[in-house]
Design a protein around this ligand. Structure first.
Ligand code: PRT
Ligand code: ZN
Length: 288
């Protein structure tokens, strides 16, 4: 049994840096030594195993690592097996989409009947087609699927999209969504060693805190007491706000709230229109 908890993260790639940032935001100090495969955490019995993203689910399932950070798309394609998704982490967001050359008629999944679709996600695509009762030929590729229609290899593609720039550059348009993905924390069999189980719980708690605080804002303002119902309605994703009287003014109150969603300028304008003044929106560093 390991005497240190192991978390598998992607080495480099699109998730590597963000995964290390998450670990650091959770208060774990990473010692980057000469060994690029294994980073030690200085202030907790944790090691980070830095590997290819495709290997992460297997490492976690085989108990080589206790937790892993990987795109949900990778997990879905490989099959969840005995793994559990502990929580979404809010980065590495992308969508697995079906795209066709611009100008090609498309009126729903049925349009794919009998066509050839190129993808690096054959299993996920196959499930999607089956679910929709569509029979199509899947051309499995290792990468660069966006060139398949131009090479007449396929009439459509199924690929991950984040900004959409790759599709556009290749004259393709997204027409359907197969799945939404983001980085997720995965977990295999429960950690048996009681001390390490404790460390595992703290990792989960702290990651939850970081993920929650990243999307959240602390909002403060002054307002007439009568405006409170309207203000509560406008504040996005806030629970009951904290209301405190302002010294020397019976009618005015200070309103403080944690908003779980983005606070846009439009929201501030609505708050002001409802009677709020001195509105402040602050980032939240930690939350538990
Ligand atoms: O070397 P290793 O095997 O570890 O890495 P990899 O090359 O297999 O994966 P990597 O680093 O490219 O991606 C890791 C994870 O990032 C993926 O599994 C997804 O969960 C997530 N992710 C988020 C993305 C994208 N966004 C993304 N846009 N993965 C790939 N892409 C590709 C997409 O395939 C397409 O080629 O980017 C292109 C499209 O991007 P846009 O911005 O032009 O739409
Ligand atoms: Zn990979």
């Amino acid at each position: 049994m390991n005497e240190r908890l192991r978390i598998a993260v992607q080495r480099g790639g699109r998730l590597g840096t963000k995964s290390l940032e998450l670990v650091e935001s959770a208060g774990f100090r990473i010692l980057r030594g000469a060994n690029e495969l294994l980073y030690r955490i200085e202030n907790a019995p944790i090691d980070l195993l830095c590997v290819r993203d495709d290997d992460i689910p297997t490492f976690v399932e085989d108990g080589v690592a206790d937790f892993g950070i990987v795109g949900r798309n990778v997990l879905e394609e490989r099959g969840v097996g005995s793994l559990t998704e502990v929580m979404p982490l809010g980065f590495g967001r992308c969508t697995l989409k079906i795209a066709v050359p611009a100008g090609r008629a498309y009126s729903g999944v049925e349009s794919l009947q009998g066509s050839r679709i190129a993808t690096t996600y054959p299993r996920t695509l196959s499930r999607f087609l089956e679910h929709n009762g569509v029979e199509a030929e899947i051309v499995s590729m290792r990468g660069a699927v966006e060139v398949a229609p131009r090479l007449k290899l396929a009439q459509a593609i199924c690929d991950l999209v984040s900004t959409g720039a790759t599709l556009e550059a290749n004259g393709l348009v997204a027409v359907d969504t197969v799945m939404k993905s983001e980085a997720v924390l995965i977990h295999g069999a429960p950690v048996l060693d009681s001390e390490l189980a404790h460390v595992g719980e703290s990792v989960v708690q702290r990651f939850r805190g970081v993920a929650a605080s990243q999307g959240s804002k602390y909002v403060m303002m002054n307002a007439p007491r009568s405006a409170l119902p309207e203000i509560s309605r406008i504040l996005p994703g806030a629970g009951a706000p904290t209301v405190t009287p302002l010294a020397g003014n019976d009618d005015a109150v200070a309103v403080h709230a944690v908003c779980q969603e983005s606070v846009f300028w439009e929201t501030l304008e609505k708050l002001r229109a409802a009677g709020a003044s001195a509105i402040l929106v602050l980032p939240i560093e930690k939350m538990m």
